[in-house]
Design a protein around this ligand. Structure first.
Ligand code: SAM
Length: 201
């Protein structure tokens, strides 16, 4: 049987091979994960909408990919969305959706600024994508009282380091957990995810 991109996606890898995976996957990504009922973008967008005080505030969609999370965020009422991603080919796909105010290709050490009171990282942190240090990067960049919505799929939840890092932020009061819900991620593959909304202290 031919190996799909989803088969390859959950192997931990370095920055260059992660970028290569998503550059190669960009043209068929939406079809493949759409066939598997990708549910996390809508769940994340609706969770953030529940807590966001003002949906016109600029929102940074980190690891925006082809724009599926941006689309769900737009459908949930968010008006001003900036997208950043490691893969220029994923960004090229996102451009055609015309939902992002800006789209920027970034490297792991790119400074993402501190200009967004709202942030999302949907399907981004965990094996096969961005490392858990990304959670620190996002929470450090988030201004006080800013909100971050993100997801850990079952593969990310299985790595204790990921929940451990989130708990480090929560246990010392540097961030507050507003929402956490386990549910569908890719039902066609039997994979679930937990969606979190946290507020920076
Ligand atoms: C599974 S896709 C999710 C894309 C989109 N958020 C969605 O829900 O469809 C993961 C995305 O994270 C991006 N990514 C992986 N590591 C990254 C990093 N260190 N910085 C920025 N983006 C990264 C990949 O290029 C890819 O587009």
């Amino acid at each position: 049987m031919t190996e799909t991109f989803l088969d390859k996606a959950y192997t931990a890898r370095d920055t260059d091979s992660t970028r290569q995976l998503y550059d190669d996957w960009s043209a068929s990504y939406e079809v493949e994960i759409g066939e598997n009922g990708y549910a996390t973008p809508k769940r994340c967008a609706e969770a953030l909408a529940e807590f966001a005080p003002d949906k016109s505030l600029p929102l940074l969609d980190f690891g925006c990919g082809t724009g599926l999370a941006g689309l769900a965020l737009r459908n949930a009422g968010f008006e001003t969305i900036d997208g950043v991603d490691l893969s220029s080919e994923m960004i090229n796909q996102a451009k055609s959706k015309n939902i992002y105010r800006t789209l920027t290709q970034i490297e792991p050490d790119t400074d993402i600024g501190e200009n967004h009171m709202l942030m999302s990282a949907v399907g981004v942190i965990g094996a096969g994508a961005a490392p858990i240090s990304t959670l620190d990067k996002l929470l450090h960049a988030l201004p006080s009282k800013g909100l971050l919505v993100f997801s850990f799929n079952d593969h990310a939840l299985a790595e204790s380091e990921n929940i451990g890092r989130l708990n480090e932020w929560l246990d010392c009061g540097a961030a507050v957990l507003l929402f956490s819900e386990y549910g569908d991620h890719l039902p066609g593959q039997g994979i679930n995810s937990t969606v979190y909304v946290v507020e920076k202290a």
